[in-house]
Design a protein around this ligand. Structure first.
Ligand code: EPZ
Length: 429
């Protein structure tokens, strides 16, 4: 799949933000831990969610998604704790089935996690925690196998504040006997959302969103009806779109505190930020000013917004830097920006962006999900018609991305074949 887009239009208007993808994936895993029916609202319609639901069906979970943003799940008749279908291998969050199935059945077999190639991405902290809860672990035919006679609460200290490990260990620990403490836990908004959802099923989790999470195990989880929070990264991407196209965009609904690190940087770069209730309006200025950014776990600047920020810095006056401190391979989009005339250089974990005038249209390839979204912003800010290949990555995490952008005045078409690309170029060129 490809996007064909013509840059130059300042984006303007209001855009509706979908449910958070990364919260949804943890929440879906939590949903199969009860034998009662669970209803999830505000589910984003993105590929990773569809893959997760497909994997559920294959192990016997009943899934009713008759409405686009609402799913009804009943996992009373799961017939195997082995999830290794080809699709689950493609997504990172397949590993949440480890915590969910281990907690519920004391046994889990899941294909090694896939996902975006943004670094080494080991899961040693997940496995360490599962072992401390009483599970034995082995790897077999690229499958992770976990087995426990019983799960017992434990004191787990994570070596780094891992989002995935924190969620996975919460999932397993809610049905373990006794008390579990997770120290140096991740604090991202989706950690809190998954914990709130589990608590609505009868779990006893305290402290989610802080460094230490305390869990008292319960016998069983019951059904619930739960609405997912808005997507912090989707909202941030549209805020950055306003900045790079010198537009005027309101994102809604959002939880303003989730956006603080992004809003602060946009203000530093000269944008006006107007916060009102559940919305933020970003008014871009003719000139953007450079700044220095370091990605950090929440509440720091999110690594998932790093490529979008890279596009803004390559359009800004002066010299700006980004230090990527979470993933070692997240600067692949920089080569693509160079094709557009950006003056950029990567030295280890730091990317340097020097002002180089407007970006020029080019033929680009998306190296991963967030980088793909960032290159769309670059294309919409550039002079001429840009073609971005590898859009399947973007569809994994953004619902109706092109449609939402068109609603703000962008000229962008999603196409499939070579012929369509030529036709689309003619249409918008
Ligand atoms: C989650 O990945 C997100 N994915 C990522 O979003 C996001 O970039 C990342 O958190 C950081 O916010 C999902 O929620 C599905 P981590 P995850 O465990 O859980 C190291 C997107 O674009 N680490 O917090 O894989 C790891 O290598 C995606 O939506 C270990 O060393 O991230 C990394 O350097 C991309 N051992 C750091 O910790 C472990 O056992 C943080 O990773 C676990 C992690």
């Amino acid at each position: 799949m490809r996007y064909v887009m013509k840059g130059g239009n300042p984006l303007a208007g209001e855009v509706t933000i979908s449910g958070a993808k990364n919260a949804a994936l943890g929440i879906l895993a939590a949903a199969i831990m009860s034998d009662e029916t669970v209803i999830i609202e505000n589910l984003p319609d993105v590929r990773d969610v569809a893959v997760m639901l497909e994997a559920f069906r294959e192990i016997g979970v009943l899934v009713d998604r008759s409405e686009r943003h609402r799913v009804k799940i009943n996992a009373a008749n799961i017939f195997t704790a082995c999830a290794d279908n080809p699709s689950i291998k493609k997504i990172r969050a397949g590993y949440y089935l480890l915590g969910a199935l281990l907690g519920k059945y004391r046994h889990a077999e899941v294909s090694m996690p896939g996902g975006c190639n943004i670094g080494n991405r080991p899961i040693d902290q997940h496995l360490k925690g599962f072992r401390m809860l009483g599970a034995v672990h082995e790897n077999n035919n690229s499958r992770v196998i976990l087995d426990a006679k019983e799960l017992k609460g434990a004191h787990i200290f994570l070596d780094m504040a891992s989002v995935g490990a924190t969620i996975n260990l919460m999932l397993a620990a809610v049905l373990a006997k006794g008390n579990t403490t997770i120290e140096n836990a991740a604090k991202e908004p989706h950690i809190v959302d998954v914990a709130n959802m589990l608590n609505s099923m009868g779990a006893k989790i305290k402290g989610a969103g802080m460094d230490t999470i305390r869990i008292t195990g319960v016998e069983r989880l019951h059904g619930t009806e739960y609405a997912i929070i808005p997507d912090q990264i989707e909202a941030g991407t549209f805020m950055m779109a306003a900045a790079v196209t010198r537009g005027d965009v309101t994102v809604r609904p959002i939880i303003p505190t989730h956006m603080d690190a992004i809003s602060a940087k946009l203000m530093e770069m000269g944008c006006e930020i107007i916060e009102q209730g559940d919305s933020i309006r970003v008014v871009g200025r003719p000139a953007l000013y450079s700044c220095n950014v370091k990605t950090q776990p929440y509440p720091g600047f999110p690594t998932d917004m790093q490529p979008q920020m890279g596009v803004a810095l390559s359009l800004a006056e002066g010299v700006g830097t980004i230090t990527e401190s979470i993933f070692e391979n997240r600067f692949k989009y920089v080569d693509e920006l160079s094709k557009m005339g950006a003056d950029t250089e990567v030295k280890g974990s730091v990317a340097i962006f020097k002002s180089s005038g407007p970006l020029k249209a080019a033929e680009l390839v998306a190296p991963d999900l967030r980088a793909g979204a960032a290159l769309v912003l670059a294309g919409l800010a550039a002079e001429g018609v840009t073609v971005l290949d590898g859009v399947d990555y973007v569809l994994r995490g953004y619902e109706d991305f092109d449609e939402k952008l068109r609603g703000l005045g962008a000229e962008i078409i999603l196409t499939d074949s070579e012929e369509d690309v030529a036709q689309s170029k003619l249409r918008i060129g």
